[in-house]
Design a protein around this ligand. Structure first.
Ligand code: 5RP
Length: 218
C-alpha cells in the first residue's frame, strides 16, 4: 500500500469521530487535504470549520464548507490533523507544512485532537525529522545560536514565510529524550513563536493507516 492510500484510509476513518452540527478544527498538509475532501461529502451535517492555515481555509471554501475565525467560535469539540512524526505516546513533530503555530493554537482550543498519519510516521523516538521552529524574522540569528547551544543544527527554510509573516528554522540532529521538556525549553528562547513539538498537548487519538487497515492508538 502506498503512503497516499494509507493517508486516504485515515482521512476516511477520522470522519467517524465527528458529530452533527459541530464546528470542526482542520489541520494542514496532504493528509489533512484528504480529510477536507472527505468532509466535503458530509458538509451539510456540520456547522463549519476553523482552519489552521490559509491553504486549508482556501481548500475548505472551494468545497463550499464554511470557515470560521477561531475568535468567533468557542472552544472546538475536535481537531483533525496530520503529523511528520508520531510516537506511541502520542507525542508529535509537526510543521513540515510551516503551519505549526496555527495548528498548535487550534489543537489547544480543541477538546479532542485526532491525528491521522500513514504508519511510516510512527517512530520510537522523535527527531529524525528536523524540528520546525517558527521565528520572528529579526531574531533568526539569535535563535539559531541558542539552538546550536542545545545541540541542534539549525537550517533556515529558504523562501518560506509563514501565514503569520515569520520564518521557519528546521533543527536537525536534536536529541529529544523528553519531548515536553524540549518543547518548553525551545519555546522560552526570545524570538521563538513556537516549535513543532506537540507533547505538552499531544494527540488524543492517533489513527495509523497501513496495509492492515487503520490502527487506533489512544
Ligand atoms: C503542516 C503539518 C502537517 O501535518 C505535517 O507536515 C504532515 O503533512 P502531510 O500530511 O503532508 O504528510 O504539520 O504544518
Amino acid at each position: 500500500m502506498s503512503p497516499e492510500q494509507a493517508k486516504q484510509l485515515v482521512a476516511e476513518a477520522a470522519i467517524a469521530y465527528l458529530e452533527w452540527d459541530w464546528v470542526v478544527g482542520v489541520g494542514t498538509g496532504s493528509t489533512a487535504n484528504l480529510f477536507i475532501d472527505e468532509l466535503a461529502k458530509i458538509k451539510r451535517n456540520i456547522e463549519g470549520t476553523v482552519a489552521s492555515s490559509e491553504a486549508s481555509a482556501e481548500r475548505l471554501r472551494s468545497h463550499g464548507i464554511k470557515v470560521y475565525e477561531l475568535n468567533d467560535v468557542g472552544d472546538l469539540p475536535i481537531y483533525v490533523d496530520g503529523a511528520d512524526e508520531a510516537t506511541k505516546h502520542l507525542d508529535l513533530i509537526k510543521g513540515g507544512g510551516a503551519a505549526l503555530t496555527r495548528e498548535k493554537i487550534v489543537a489547544a482550543a480543541s477538546e479532542k485532537f485526532i491525528c491521522i498519519v500513514d504508519d511510516s510516521k510512527l517512530v520510537d523516538r522523535l527527531g529524525a525529522f528536523p524540528l520546525p521552529v517558527e521565528v520572528i524574522p529579526m531574531a533568526k540569528s539569535y535563535v539559531a545560536r541558542q539552538l546550536v547551544k542545545l545541540g541542534g543544527n539549525p537550517v533556515l527554510r529558504e523562501g518560506v514565510v509563514t501565514d503569520n509573516g515569520n520564518l521557519i528554522i528546521d533543527v536537525h540532529h536534536l536529541q529529544i529524550d523528553n519531548p515536553a521538556e524540549v518543547e518548553r525549553t525551545i519555546n522560552q528562547i526570545a524570538g521563538v513563536v513556537t516549535n513543532g513539538l506537540f507533547a505538552q498537548r499531544g494527540a488524543d487519538v492517533l489513527l495509523l493507516g497501513g496495509s492492515n487497515g487503520v490502527r487506533t492508538l489512544t
